[in-house]
Every structure is written in C-alpha cells, then in structure tokens.
Design a protein around this ligand. Structure first.
Ligand SMILES: [Zn+2]
Length: 301
C-alpha cells in the first residue's frame, strides 16, 4: 500500500504554538517503519493550477499565493506551495487508483476537509479530498467519501453537494467546530452522524456500519476516507472518547467494504489529530496497518 509523505511538510506551520503540528506525519512514518508495516513510500508532487481550480476560486488561490490569510499568523507565502503539494499527493494517488497503477494509498497530511471554495478554514487551505473526488468522478468512478474525523467534513460536503456520483458521509462531534452536519441530505447524497460530546468508539462504529450500509446501496467504485485521529479520548480538541482499537476496528470495516464493493480501491487521508508526539501518529499507524492488510478470505463483512 502506498504511503504518501514528504519531509517538506515540516514547513506547514500556521503559527507559533498552533495545534496542527506537521511532525505528527513524520512520527507516523517512523512508527510504520519501526514496526515493519509493509508500505511503498511515495513522494508527492505539486498540484497543478487546474487541479486547484477544480474546486477553488481563482481569487482565493491568488490570496493564498500572496501569503496573507486570517487562517494563519503573519505573512506565510510558503504555505501555497506546501498546500499545493498536499493536494498533489492526494490527487496523484487518486489518479494512480483511477488508472490501476495502485489500488490503495494513505496520505497522513491529506484530508484537509474544512477548506471551502473561497476560503481556508479549520487549519485547512486547499481541499485535497474534494479535488480527488472530483478527479475520480470525472473519470467515471462513483465515489464514497467517509469521514470519521471529530469535526464535520463541511468543506468536502459543500464542494461536492452538486455531484450525484459522489456520496459524502461524516461522523463527528455535533457540538464543536464547525457546528454543521446535523442531518442527512439524501437529495445531495450527503449524510451526517452528529454524535454527542464524549461519544464512545462503539457509537462511532455503529455510525460507520450505518454509513457503509447506505454506501453499499450507492454502488461506489472507490472509497475515500478521512481518518481523523482527533476523536481519540486523549485528544485536546475532539471531545470524544474513541480508543485506538476503535479506530482499528473502523478501519477494518472500511477496508472489508472496499474489497467487497470496490475491488479494494481506497484512498485515505489523516485529517485532524492534535497529539503529535503520541496518540495521533499511533492511531494513523494502526489504521494504516489495518488498511494495508490483505483482504480476509470469503469477503468477511
Ligand atoms: Zn478534526
């Protein structure tokens, strides 16, 4: 399974003391290496302007390029290139999946799921998953996007709401940022499971089962997964109570689904997680190990 990563991501800094610390992705790679999880390391390439403009307004891209935005502190012109590199990593993986070069990939730096057409939001600059879903859908694939990050995947939902060939499903704490995602919108193929603060992993897993049940009727060709680690019980932002084994179980469910319905085609992104030296990389490594495991014989559910 492909693991997309660049050491250049260490420069993706939004401000002094900011909770998003890119070292979490390097730490995840170290864990994957040290525990011997099979992987193929893939260096991302820069997204093209055309890719960015699939979901973003040209004026917003120009603003990011200028280095100024309320989402970060001060003048940070380097963020445009790094955010475009994140998009390139996710979208290149999507194209490899579309042309059959690879079946599965994970990009811990990916799934910047709050970014909107014309603004950065929630530590997210460009919406790599919405762009990847657009590329896949434009190539004729039906896409199931599943998001178990503690925060509602509002950007992905909004940017793909007009597409009938992409289903979005978000399982999140309904009482924290961004404050949206409170119900199903089947006419937009958009589904939401807002959980109470402190919700357990079993509540998350029940929602995953529900989402995959609706997802199977959608007949997807590929699964996109925003595997946020910020629902972990120790995370300072998510206010949920998932444990490592809950994330691994959820990854197992999604993995089995992808083998049963999508010939294994799956693209995961790390989304949020604010314990950069501890649980965030451990959760992602556990999820990656589960996703990288061979499918269970006889199509276990
Ligand atoms: Zn989050």
């Amino acid at each position: 399974m492909d693991l997309v990563h660049s050491d250049r991501y260490l420069g993706y800094l939004l401000g002094p003391g900011h909770p998003t610390r890119p070292v979490r992705c390097s730490n995840m790679l170290t864990l994957v290496r040290n525990t011997g999880i099979p992987h193929r390391l893939v260096e991302p390439t820069l997204a093209t302007e055309a890719d960015l403009l699939l979901v973003h307004d040209a004026a917003y891209v120009e603003q990011v390029r200028s280095g100024w935005h309320d989402e970060w502190d001060g003048h940070r012109p380097q963020l445009h290139g790094l955010a475009a590199l994140i998009v390139g990593g996710t979208v290149d993986a999507a194209r490899r999946i579309a042309d059959g070069t690879t079946i599965r990939a994970f990009h811990a730096m990916g799934a910047k799921h709050h970014a909107m057409a014309d603004t950065a939001s929630g530590f997210c600059i460009y919406n790599d998953m919405a762009i990847a879903a657009t590329v896949l859908a434009d190539s004729g694939r039906r896409v199931l996007y599943l998001d178990w990050d503690a925060h509602h995947g509002d950007g992905v939902e909004a940017l793909l709401a007009h597409r009938t060939d992409v289903m979005t499903a978000s399982i999140h704490n309904g009482h924290i940022f961004p404050g949206t995602g409170h119900g199903h919108r089947p006419e937009r193929a958009a589904y939401n499971w807002p959980l109470p603060s402190g919700a357990s992993g079993s509540e998350m897993l029940a929602a995953v089962d529900d989402a995959l049940s609706i997802g199977s009727a959608f007949r997807p060709d590929v699964v996109l997964l925003a595997a946020g680690a910020d629902g972990h019980e120790m995370d300072p932002l998510g206010q949920l109570a998932y444990r490592l084994e809950d994330f691994v179980d959820a990854a197992g469910e999604v993995s089995a689904f992808s083998w049963r319905h999508c010939q294994g085609r799956l693209l995961g992104g790390g989304a949020g997680g604010y314990l950069a030296d501890d649980w965030t990389p451990r959760v992602w490594a556990g999820v990656f190990k589960e996703l990288a495991s061979p499918p269970v014989a006889n199509g276990a559910s």
